[in-house]
Design a protein. Structure first.
Length: 230
């Protein structure tokens, strides 16, 4: 979960809040175009730790079923990020801290804020392909396919075979630009360079789906899948 506790019980990142954010982010990730995270998520850690909580599963289910509002998501991210922001004051160029804070705001769908922290991290470590991949994905969720693609491609200059980057690039080339040939070529490169890729079946499924749109003119943008829907 978070790396520290704020003073006062009313400001603590609760197990329920962390579990709720984890579930919501999982659902949004599935609905948002299958995009992958380039780095580990605090929400995933929160979900794992909540599974050992003495709280009843029924209470957790009821909490998770009520999706928080954007304002509540921001408040959750602010609370979770507060200990790291405090640490950042002593070392404002700590790339790992900056990336972790970016991850927290990314998971809470606060994409402009996430991008700001990713950019700061990348000024320190420009070859951090995980941070750059997540930043590119955040740009995509904001509706900026061109910048997303440019950042994915820049990430690949540092790690040409990075699976998560190739996967997400293919999705944006397809859904964002309707460039089927490029998307399929990107995914094929993913499979060729990562023969043991665990998501091979999903990649093949996406390639088949994209090919069904082969009659659509390249460059015609497709809107990102609505978040919160299937």
């Amino acid at each position: 979960m978070s790396n520290g506790n704020r003073a006062g019980s009313n400001q603590q990142w609760s197990t329920i809040q962390a579990y709720t954010l984890a579930v919501v982010c999982l659902l949004l990730g599935i609905a948002g175009g299958w995009l992958l995270r380039g780095s580990s998520t605090p929400a995933a850690t929160a979900s794992a730790s909540s599974s050992t909580s003495p709280m009843s599963s029924a209470a957790d289910a009821n909490t998770a079923s009520a999706a928080p509002t954007p304002e509540q998501m921001k408040q959750m991210a602010d609370t979770q990020a507060a200990p790291l922001l405090e640490k950042l004051k002593a070392n404002p160029n700590d790339a790992a801290l900056l990336q972790n804070i970016g991850n927290m705001y990314y998971d809470a769908q606060q994409f402009p804020t996430a991008i700001d922290y990713y950019q700061r991290a990348l000024k320190v470590e420009p070859a951090n392909t995980s941070a750059r991949t997540d930043m590119a994905t955040a740009y995509w969720y904001m509706g900026n396919a061109d910048t997303a693609i440019a950042e994915f491609q820049k990430s690949l200059t540092y790690d040409p075979n990075k699976a998560d980057t190739l996967f997400n690039l293919g999705v944006v080339e397809w859904q964002g630009k309707m460039d089927i040939d490029k998307a399929v070529a990107t995914w094929q490169k993913l499979l060729d360079t990562n023969p043991n890729y665990p998501g091979k079946d999903k990649v093949l499924e996406l390639m088949a789906q994209a090919k069904r749109h082969s009659g659509v003119k390249a460059g015609t943008p497709a809107k990102p899948l609505p978040q919160g829907t299937n």
